[in-house]
Design a protein around this ligand. Structure first.
Ligand SMILES: O=C(CO)[C@H](O)[C@H](O)COP(=O)(O)O
Length: 225
């Protein structure tokens, strides 16, 4: 399980210290949720805030996992790559020329991800799947942290894993499967069994005791099905 805490749920007044708590507790990636108030009905933050976390990411060798919930993401890819993104994920629903956008992300030296909203069928990714490093299954409607997990998302992960089963290994042919929204230690085991690789968690990491919250994800990982 790759655990990617979403800093959207962190205390922005002490963002670096709060993100450090998650990394020190064993988080693998930092998930950066960028919202523009157009593609989603909320505004979060952009490149300058990510730059503020750059020293921490470099010091701890923690990849930035950038999730662009914005219209016309092509306009900003270079900025996020320069700010240190390892993975850049765009939304299928926001990209009329998705293949071109994926190529542009790769040309910047980043791994390319595509996210699908709960109402978007997986078939929309079929012809681009072979070019992707990651597929993000939204398990809430994007725009806000702290929402309830949509139960059908587990089956969507399972179907996506079947779609990608032609390629064997994650990162070497098979795109990583990331799940985002309402993810917690309570549903993590079922999502792992369904085939998810990367777990985005905002509230379940940053609300309360961060170290204990990360440990609860690790315990869920060890649990037998
Ligand atoms: O992309 C997002 C919202 O659009 C957030 O990453 C997601 O909702 C995670 O937050 P939480 O774990 O609190 O549900």
């Amino acid at each position: 399980m790759t655990l990617a805490p979403s800093v959207l749920a962190a205390d922005f007044g002490r963002l670096e210290a709060h993100a450090r708590e998650a990394i020190d507790a064993g988080a693998d990636w930092l998930h950066i949720d960028v919202m523009d108030g157009h593609f989603v009905p909320n505004i979060s933050f952009g490149v300058p805030v990510m730059r503020g976390l750059r020293a921490l990411a470099d010091e701890t060798d923690t990849p930035f996992d950038v999730h662009l919930m914005i219209e016309e993401p092509d306009r900003y890819l270079e900025d996020f790559a320069e700010a240190g993104a390892s993975v850049i994920t765009v939304h299928q629903e926001a990209c009329p020329h998705l293949h071109r956008t994926v190529q542009a992300i790769h040309a910047l030296g980043c791994r390319a991800g595509v996210a699908v909203n709960p109402a978007t069928p997986l078939v929309m990714l079929e012809d681009v799947l072979g070019d992707l490093d990651l597929v993000l299954v939204m398990s809430v409607n994007p725009g806000f942290g702290g929402q309830s997990f949509i139960p059908g998302s587990t089956d969507k992960v399972r179907r996506l894993r079947q779609m990608t089963s032609g390629a064997q290994t994650a990162g070497a042919g098979r795109p990583l499967i990331e799940v985002d929204g309402g993810v917690s230690p309570d549903n993590a085991r079922a999502l792992l069994d369904a085939g998810a690789d990367v777990f985005v968690a905002g509230s379940a990491v940053f609300r309360g005791d961060v170290a204990e919250n990360v440990a609860a994800f690790r315990r869920a990982e060890m649990r037998t099905a």
